[in-house]
Design a protein around this ligand. Structure first.
Ligand SMILES: Nc1nc(=O)c2c([nH]1)NC[C@@H]1CN(c3ccc(C(=O)N[C@@H](CCC(=O)O)C(=O)O)cc3)C=[N+]21
Length: 292
């Protein structure tokens, strides 16, 4: 069994991003900027937002933190999104989720300029992913695919993949990405009959349900690749959805928590911001050429 450390892969990818940004700086070009909108004072969200800001700094990217009071209205947040949409220096916009319950989350997300939607959550980017068109892909699923690619799993023809969980942020988009790489994908969830048996047929298992240590060795076929997306705080400690100790001797590869998918999510946020920057710069070049 090999432990699949996401933090190491993330460091390698971040170095590449850093190199590209150093080059932009050397060439006197504009520097990519991520804007993060945080509403309220949830401590976990505040920690995540700070780690995203730190990650931007670590690759030389600009970060703008927009902190709003927990009493902010949907209209207030929509105005903040609009300001970021219209700011030519902003390449990526991330609205930290979950938003306070009184705010219309769907409305806020739909207001983000799809070209700056580095979370890949707008209807436009979700639709593009469904249709197999190029767009911005949600960070966590993109990170999981990069982890699979890092161990040579690029073409998933003949492979059976089981995704445990069907969330908008992870399970659903991940199932689409796995299919796009030719995997035979099954999504199991809370209403599935005998999910353990289905999971046991999988060559690749990705778990994103938010239930600590839920997946044990009985679920895993010998030699399967197991990716744990879960981030659960239990007695002040971070644990995944996979019972690592139980599963580790059956898996060929298994991602840990922490140091697994989490750092890859942040890394893909930087990668998406750079991608959005490059696309926007290219479009601007085109505009300049046209107006000559
Ligand atoms: N619009 C939006 N986009 C998100 O991508 C988003 C979000 N909202 N809301 C919250 C979740 C959660 N999330 C994590 C990112 C990194 C780690 C991470 O790096 N974790 C470290 C450990 C961090 C620690 O020790 O607390 C690890 O797993 O090794 C965890 C969780 C992004 N999220």
């Amino acid at each position: 069994m090999t432990v699949l450390y996401g933090n190491q892969l993330a460091d390698t990818i971040k170095q590449e991003i850093r190199g590209k940004i150093d080059q932009l700086r050397e060439d006197g070009k504009r520097i990519p900027m991520l804007a993060v909108i945080l509403v309220g004072d949830d401590p976990a969200s505040a920690t995540y937002v700070r780690s995203k800001e730190k990650a931007c700094k670590s690759v030389g990217m600009e970060a703008a933190m927009i902190e709003m009071d927990r009493t902010a209205t949907t209209e207030d947040v929509l105005r903040a999104v609009k300001t970021c949409n219209e700011d030519a220096d902003v390449d990526g916009i991330l609205v930290q989720l979950p938003l306070p319950a009184h705010i219309d989350q769907n409305k806020v997300i739909a207001a983000i300029d799809p070209n700056k939607d580095v979370d890949g959550l707008t209807p436009v980017n979700a639709g593009k992913l469904l249709l197999g068109q190029k767009g911005l892909v949600p960070c966590t699923p993109k990170g999981v695919m990069a982890m699979l690619a890092s161990i040579g799993l690029t073409d998933l023809s003949k492979k059976r993949a089981v995704v445990v969980g069907r969330s908008i942020l992870v399970g659903k988009p991940l199932a689409l990405l796995l299919q796009a790489k030719n995997a035979t994908v099954t999504v199991v969830h809370s209403q599935t009959v005998d999910p353990e048996k289905i999971c046991h047929e999988a060559d690749i298992v990705v778990v994103a349900i938010g239930v600590p240590n839920f997946i044990t060795k009985g679920w895993i076929k010998k030699g399967a690749v197991v990716i744990d997306v879960g981030i659960n705080r239990v007695d002040g400690k971070l644990v995944g959805d996979v019972d690592f100790e139980s599963v580790k001797d059956k898996a060929s590869y298994i991602s840990p928590v922490p140091k697994g998918v989490g750092p890859m999510t942040v890394c893909m946020l930087l990668s998406n911001t750079l991608e959005a920057y490059e696309r926007r710069e290219k479009e601007n070049d085109g505009d300049r050429v046209r107006s000559k």
